[in-house]
Design a binder for this molecule. Structure first.
Ligand SMILES: C[S@@+](CC[C@H](N)C(=O)[O-])C[C@H]1O[C@@H](n2cnc3c(N)ncnc32)[C@H](O)[C@@H]1O
Length: 233
């Protein structure tokens, strides 16, 4: 049993849920979220360089990246990652540096390791969204971007009531139906050097958004700004 309140998620339940989803995930969630995934990849590739995909799952988005991007994928579910590994081998995706089982709230990468951190349909599916966003900001290079696809809950009305009613069932499936936009804005307000640069509704039904945060560029001693991906080019 879990101590988490009905609307919350705990790690054990998530691992269990995605272990069950892995065999059928692509069939159920492949096409329906394809538009969003492509939009997120396009946003990430405007920065390019070394990209971390958090909650990479079965690796559905990996073939959408250009050969020039260097990709690292992490996920808490080993069965989901096994599917991703098969996809990488089957499609010869040489731009994938590696995959690892890892908790998004405790990334084992040093700070400023990536030009972009991408998380598609993940923040509302982790046990601790704010700690996870903190980790995204930590491992991101100055001048880099966090690119999210996320469900955003309704603020009022019938849809909000429905989301709250569905919350316990959704939690068992491995995600939240309700997730207030304020959680993102409040996180950005208290996180130094991070600012919201875009939010755009995505299909299906506009319940999902593409959300981008930028991490402030570092200023060198001479006062010049230093951009993430440019640092290595
Ligand atoms: C809804 S799926 C999204 C998968 C993929 N990004 C996609 O676009 O289809 C959520 C993914 O987040 C992963 N996940 C949940 N909690 C996690 C955590 N704390 N750390 C890393 N991955 C996590 C799940 O295992 C699952 O693969």
């Amino acid at each position: 049993m879990t101590d988490a309140p009905a609307h919350e998620l705990d790690k054990r339940a998530i691992v269990k849920a995605y272990g069950r989803w892995a065999p059928v995930y692509d069939l159920v969630f492949g096409a329906v979220f394809e538009h969003g995934r492509r939009a997120a990849v396009a946003a990430a590739e405007r920065i390019g360089g070394r990209i971390l995909e958090v909650g990479v799952g079965t690796g559905l988005s990996l073939p959408d990246y250009s050969a020039a991007s260097r990709l690292v994928g992490i996920d808490i579910s080993e069965p989901m990652l096994r599917k991703a590994q098969k996809r990488i081998s089957g499609s010869d995706l040489n731009n994938v540096e590696g995959l690892a089982v890892m908790d998004a709230a405790h990334l084992s990468f040093p700070e400023a390791s990536f030009d972009v951190v991408v998380a598609q349909y993940v923040v509302t599916a982790v046990a601790d969204p704010e700690a996870t966003l903190d980790e995204f900001a930590r491992v991101l290079k100055p001048g880099g971007e966090i690119v999210l696809l996320s469900r955003v809950g309704a603020e009022a009305g019938l849809r909000r009531a429905l989301e709250q009613w569905l919350a316990p069932a959704a939690r068992r499936l491995g995600w939240r139906t309700e997730f207030a936009w304020a959680r993102y804005t409040q996180w950005a307000e208290r996180t130094q050097g991070v600012r919201l640069i875009e939010r755009r509704a995505m299909p299906p039904l506009g319940h999902f958004w593409l959300i981008r945060f930028a991490k402030a560029e570092a200023t060198t001693a001479s006062g010049n700004k230093h951009h993430a991906a440019c640092a290595e080019r």
